[in-house]
Design a protein around this ligand. Structure first.
Ligand code: FMN
Length: 357
């Protein structure tokens, strides 16, 4: 029998790909070395930047790891809405003494060039976010021995991924930090996102391929819950973001457990696509009218976010975080994998004991 994604790691613990710097080679390698599955995020990187990171991981560990790609985005953003949002951000540019970025900074995230590298020099796992690739792409990766996964947020998206030939689905609940991997951003569906347990249960009954569950997971006990609900592994983002190996900005890491930031919300303010972050000034001020225009808004605000980080101002940064952020533990990544695995074993024992009572 050919291996499945969860055969690649000792523990059913996947470190979420986190574009923007957090899931760097050091983090991915430390997780894989400890018996989890580490991930690199190719999003926002050049194809060569992605390749350099792959080589770095290979230099740090012989264990399997994954690479996550953003799917190219369809042409649906309204240029007029992007321009209006640009004028609404003029005060931010003046405040941070910078210019807005060029909204037309690229729509496909270098997808073809990245895929060509991954076909030429294969990695164990490739997952896709913001859409589902065609069968040709998934088949070509299968032919070079790569296992594939697609992020889904509804049972319908999971069925599309299975039909296209994906080896697994990464089932992302509404609790998740960072972007929702919804295949098509639809403002009319705002507020209808599905919680992780409810979503796993529906996806489990809709498809037969393995499920990696993600969104709000911070403890091994929660991992036990998603495994019981039908998942094959759990994927942790925010939990690993605060690890010393993570490349996330220090202000971002510190904000996770800072009592000033108590709530998370989904917002289009930073990127033009719903993403969950700690509620800060930028989100409060611009979230209510930010248009659905990804990645145009991402490109436009990138200079603002960089300037805010440089100025040491978390109120202007995208502080992506899942709903469990207050449970973040600043442990070395390998140790966090061990702790999560021990908590999982404890939760299974406790359930067994209760079942026997
Ligand atoms: C900072 C950050 C960046 C992220 N970047 C990506 C990404 O590049 N690709 C992706 O598929 N998911 C990305 N995500 C979403 C994660 O894969 C995962 O769904 C999420 O972290 C799970 O929720 P949690 O943070 O509560 O664990 C990101 C999440 C965070 C927090």
């Amino acid at each position: 029998m050919s291996p499945t994604l969860t055969d690649l790691c000792h523990y059913p613990i996947v470190q979420a790909p986190m574009a923007g710097g957090a899931s760097c080679p050091q983090l991915a390698a430390a997780v894989s070395e400890a018996g989890g599955l580490g991930f690199l995020a190719a999003g926002y990187k050049t194809a060569d930047g992605m390749y350099q990171e792959i080589k770095q991981v290979r230099g740090l560990t012989n264990q399997p790891f994954g690479v996550n790609l953003f799917m190219p985005q369809p042409e649906y953003a309204d240029p007029a809405a992007v321009a209006v949002y640009g004028s609404q951000l003029a005060g931010e540019a003046a405040w941070y003494e910078t210019q807005l970025g060029d909204p037309d900074g690229g729509r496909d995230d270098g997808f073809d060039a990245k895929l060509a590298i991954l076909l030429d020099d294969p990695v164990p796992v490739v997952t896709f976010t913001f859409g589902c690739p065609g069968r040709d792409v998934l088949d070509s990766l299968a032919r070079v021995g790569t296992l594939t996964g697609v992020t889904v947020t509804t049972p319908e998206e999971a069925q599309a991924a299975q039909w296209a030939g994906a080896d697994a689905v990464c089932v992302q609940g509404i609790e998740a930090g960072g972007h929702q991997g919804t295949h098509r951003d639809n403002p009319e569906a705002d507020g209808s996102g599905i919680g992780l347990i409810a979503l796993i249960t529906q996806v489990r009954e809709a498809v037969q391929i393995p499920i990696i569950a993600t969104g709000g997971l911070m403890r091994g006990g929660q991992l036990a819950a998603v495994l019981a609900a039908g998942a094959d592994a759990g994927q942790f983002g925010t939990a690993f973001l605060v690890c010393p190996e993570s490349g996330a900005n220090l202000l971002h890491k510190q904000a996770m457990t800072n009592p000033l930031f108590v709530r998370t919300e989904l917002t289009r303010a930073f990127s033009g696509r719903p993403a969950r972050g700690l509620v800060n000034r930028f989100m409060r001020e611009h979230g209510p009218y930010a248009p659905a225009a990804y990645p145009q808004i991402h490109h436009m605000t990138s200079t603002l976010r960089k300037a805010a980080a440089k100025a040491g101002d978390p109120q202007g940064m995208a502080l992506w975080a899942g709903q469990g952020h207050r449970l973040a533990r600043e442990l070395p990544a390998g140790q966090l994998v061990e702790v999560l695995a021990a908590e999982l074993a404890e939760a299974k024992d406790a359930l067994g004991a209760r079942g026997a009572a």
